[in-house]
Design a protein around this ligand. Structure first.
Ligand SMILES: Cc1ncc(C[n+]2csc(CCOP(=O)(O)OP(=O)(O)O)c2C)c(N)n1
Ligand SMILES: [Mg+2]
Length: 895
């Protein structure tokens, strides 16, 4: 319970007047009880608002519709027609799931989600959602499990045929399959936003609305008429990503954003809040976050009852009934409702005395009432200054009959018996003959039918069909040479790849054609990466500009916020940053403007933190750069277990759309960024580049000449330096990458000076890409055993040489191991398995066995395995290099 002790600290200019008013209130409570006092207080608050008194918002309001019946606009459509259309869409949405499961038992699909949400979507499609003719239109995030309903509408619109409906969840045959959920990767001219991983659609929609404003404020696209709609489940609201960015939406005044939370009171296992009230809980959450909240709880049948409720008993009963009970009322029948909901208080029983039990069952929830939904959407789009959420109360599985409707297993229902299907057909009043029922046939009234014409006209008036994803060809100008030529020249002073990257960013943003399209995204870490000069150079995006004089205004590089600012300084939210990355990286499709996001983050807080969003970005066909800074398990000195990243490349390798690199040198990094831009923005490849950068300084070498270098950087491996002398002495090949390349180069010196061994140096920029290509080649060879085998880049580079190989990196040994199957000489890998520790770089590298001494020692062992040196030579070298062979790393877990 909130306390009001703080009031004592606020001076009261007229205590006598205050006391008089309080006495008045006390008198009311004594005379009429607390309920009346509550009403009185709310009346006073309402009047005070009218008088311009700024009062805090009530966290929750009574359990009734926010919009008064008398304030509802008249419904602009033909309600009877729209009801028929909705019936057809409902039928086919169910039919496609039933048929798929009949054909392939267990293939899955969902009936109940769309069944509860049909009216919510249909009002949108017929009256609100703007298509893409003449502009970007609206961006709609459909609830993933409602996908059958969205396909079904496209069927009625003639966009999808029966054969394609029959390919629901049967995609491997090739084009024409319908993905289970909204997957743009698999249906790229239909779906736009992947939503089915709960919560990601929610946060994605907020950052989409914000990015629409960003594009507009920066003059890159006219998004004034675009609205972002997001449909979420009430269970889905439990996800941190659903609720985590609500305040951003309010803070930035995103009145171009409307959420519809389908409050069917159920999730997968049972009620969302059996003992509570999800609508009320969400109302408090959204209001507290600064949103406009519209509750759509009761359908029109309740209007006369509420109007007749003179005592307030009905509202009190609505307020005090928990969701578990409401769910029960849906399944238990009219007599039960009369006895338990209306029965206990005689005034309530009187209120419905004129209604039969059947009438009581037909008292619908608001989310099934076209007019109430239309009124809510109208109010939402008219609301200024804040986003709106519509909390629509529905029944899960509505119209599907008693075996599904509001039952606890409703979510997983994917079958109906013939009798149930007949009853469903009768309920929907569709002319499907009994004998056809067993096959659950599709029903289409024909392209010339009034229904088909009506929806075609409605969509034409609203700007064309949805969902629809369109990629416009872009006008392309490559970055000028001035952007990156300096990196090929190398450096005279020691700089890190991170410093080089920060410089590259500044150069890119100055590029006359490309500069404005670059979108730097940072979660409060720009200073760490040396990117803070961008604050001044291009400004931080702030929708309302800078309303204060920054503390560092006297300095050359001050903190500059601006409405046209280019940097998305996200604050400490990796999830929010990833959502921005997606909005920016899909703008080539959503808004026909190919913005190029560079999301720069602490590599440890990348893939493992927001891995599901990275996966989602693949589905969304995002194009952009993920830059993992402060990378490596040992290079980031002193930070320890939760900071030292030795595995993000392994996670990146699991993401099919992520092309991952671990460059050692600035020229590699710059070449990768240029090639990445070409691939994504000129050639239109739907991929994401992941590039790790380090904070260890080194004198940067110049780009060696040769085609195998310029090509090898991108393929994943090239020879950086040949053996120093071509004498007949023993020779090894050392693979290095990232910051560990420095140790590899030192190991070369050790090997030469102490053991008379020569070493070739190879830069392994991407084990991941090497493996992927080798797998493609291997698959071809496996299928063509009688043809001369093809060779992968990796094999071409290494073949014909028996010198053993040692590979070292700041990543787990599993990284170099990715290419082991294609190496036929002794191949020893050194890596940083286990938890990170805090210590100096030197100590950490010795500990993980990736320093120069361990690399040299491993090289001697590799030579001994090849017969180029004896085993005792190798043992002696280990000793000479000061390595204790018995030392157990402390991280090794006792298994
Ligand atoms: C991240 C994630 N966790 C779990 C699931 C599995 N799942 C799919 S639907 C669902 C229940 C959804 O309930 P609700 O959000 O209320 O949607 P409704 O179908 O009731 O509208 C669950 C748990 C998922 N898709 N994503
Ligand atoms: Mg639900």
């Amino acid at each position: 319970m909130q306390t009001f002790d703080f009031l004592e600290q606020i001076p009261d200019a007229d205590p006598a007047d205050t006391a008089r008013l309080i006495a008045e209130l006390e008198r009311s409570v004594t005379a009429h009880g607390p309920e009346r006092a509550r009403l009185l207080m709310m009346r006073l608050m309402s009047r005070a608002r009218d008088l311009g008194v700024d009062l805090p918002t009530l966290a929750t309001t009574p359990y009734i519709n926010t919009i008064k019946t008398s304030d509802e606009p008249s419904f602009p459509g033909d309600e009877a027609m729209e009801t028929r259309i909705r019936h057809i869409v409902r039928w086919n949405a169910a039919a496609m799931v039933l048929r798929a499961n009949k054909e392939h038992p267990g293939i899955g699909g969902h009936l109940a989600t769309y069944a509860s949400a049909a009216s919510l979507y249909e009002v949108g499609f017929n009256h609100f959602f703007r298509g893409k003719v003449g502009g970007a239109g609206d961006q709609i995030f459909y609830q993933g499990h409602a996908a059958p309903g969205i396909y079904s509408r496209a069927f009625l619109e003639g966009r999808i045929g029966e054969a394609q409906l029959d390919r629901f969840r049967q995609e491997t045959e090739g084009p024409g399959g319908l993905p289970s959920y909204p997957h743009p990767r698999l249906l790229p001219d239909f779906w736009e936003f992947p939503t089915v991983s709960m919560g990601l659609g929610g946060i994605g929609s907020i950052y989409q609305a914000r990015y629409n404003r960003y594009l507009h404020n920066r003059g890159l696209a006219d998004t004034a008429n675009s609205r972002v709609w997001a449909f979420l489940g009430d269970g889905e609201m439990d996800e941190p990503e659903s609720a985590g960015a609500l305040t951003l939406a309010a803070r930035e005044g995103l009145d171009n954003l409307t959420w519809v939370v389908n409050c069917n009171l159920q999730r997968l296992d049972g009620p969302v809040r059996g003992n509570g009230k999800i609508v009320q809980e969400l109302e408090g959450l959204f209001r507290g976050a600064g949103w406009n909240v519209i509750k759509v709880i009761w359908a029109r049948e309740w209007d006369p009852l509420l109007a007749a409720d003179e005592t307030g008993d009905l509202v009190r009963k609505m307020d005090s009934t928990v969701d578990g009970e409401f769910q029960k009322y849906t399944v238990a029948g009219g007599a039960y409702i009369r006895e338990h909901f209306f029965g206990p208080e005689s005034a309530l029983a009187q209120l419905v005395a004129h209604l039969s039990d059947e009438d009581l069952v037909r008292l619908r929830r608001g989310g099934h009432d076209y007019r109430k939904i239309h009124a809510a959407y109208s109010a939402a789009v008219a609301h200024k200054g804040a986003p709106t959420v519509i909390l629509a109360k529905t029944v899960k599985g509505w119209t599907l009959g008693p075996s599904v409707e509001a039952t606890n297993p409703a979510h997983q229902a994917k079958k109906l018996t013939e009798a149930e299907l007949r009853a469903f057909r009768d309920r929907l009043d569709l002319p499907i003959p009994d004998e056809k029922i067993p096959e659950a046939p599709y029903y289409h009234p024909g392209p010339a039918s009034p229904e088909a014409k009506y929806i075609a006209e409605r969509r034409a008036a609203l700007g064309g069909p949805l969902p629809s994803r369109v990629v416009h060809p872009s006008v392309w100008t490559a970055p000028q040479p001035a952007v990156d030529e300096e990196f090929a020249a190398g450096s005279s002073v020691a700089v890190s790849t991170t410093m080089a990257f920060a410089k590259l960013m500044r150069n890119l943003m100055r590029d006359p054609a490309l500069g404005k399209l670059i979108v730097p995204i940072v979660p409060d870490e720009a200073r760490t990466f040396g990117m803070d000069p961008l604050f001044k150079q291009v400004g931080i995006y702030a929708p309302f500009g800078q309303r204060y004089e920054p503390v560092d205004s006297e300095l050359l590089l001050s903190y500059r916020e601006s409405q046209s600012g280019q940097v998305l300084e996200e604050g400490i939210t990796e999830a929010g940053s990833m959502a921005s990355f997606q909005a920016a990286g899909t703008a080539y499709a959503t808004h026909a403007v190919g913005t190029i996001p560079f999301y720069v983050f602490y590599s440890m807080f990348g893939f493992q933190r927001v891995g599901d969003q990275v996966w989602q970005s693949g589905d969304a066909r995002v194009r952009g750069f993920l830059i993992g800074a402060t990378a490596g398990r040992t290079t980031l000195a002193g930070e320890g277990l939760q900071h030292d990243d030795g595995h993000s490349h392994l996670i990146a390798h699991a993401m099919p759309h992520v092309v991952a690199y671990d460059p050692a040198f600035a020229y590699e990094m710059a070449a990768l960024v240029r090639r990445g831009i070409t691939r994504m923005y000129e050639r239109g490849e739907d991929i994401v580049y992941y590039v790790t950068i380090y904070n260890e300084n080194q004198v940067q070498p110049a780009l060696p000449s040769g085609a195998s270098v310029t090509e090898g950087i991108h393929r994943g491996l090239y020879q950086f330096a040949a053996a120093e002398t071509a004498s007949a002495g023993a020779r090894v090949r050392l693979f290095g990458s990232g910051a560990i390349m420095g140790e590899v180069l030192k190991a070369r010196d050790l090997l030469r000076d102490r053991f008379g061994v020569q070493a070739e140096i190879w830069s392994a920029t991407s084990y991941s890409e090497l493996r992927r290509e080798a797998l493609v080649v291997e698959r071809w060879n496996r299928r063509h055993p009688d043809t001369a085998p093809r060779k992968a880049w990796l094999q071409e580079q290494l073949e014909g040489d028996r010198a053993p190989i040692v590979a070292a990196s700041d990543w787990m040994t599993a990284m170099p191991d990715l290419i082991a199957p294609w190496i036929d000489v002794p191949y020893l890998v050194l890596g940083t398995d286990g938890f990170g520790l805090s210590d100096t770089r030197e100590a950490l590298r010795a500990f993980f066995s990736v320093d120069a001494a361990h690399i040299a020692a491993a090289a001697m062992v590799a030579l001994s395995r090849n017969g180029d040196r004896s085993a005792s030579d190798a043992a002696a070298a280990i000793k000479e290099l000061g390595i204790d062979p018995e030392l157990q790393p402390v991280f090794v877990l006792d298994r």
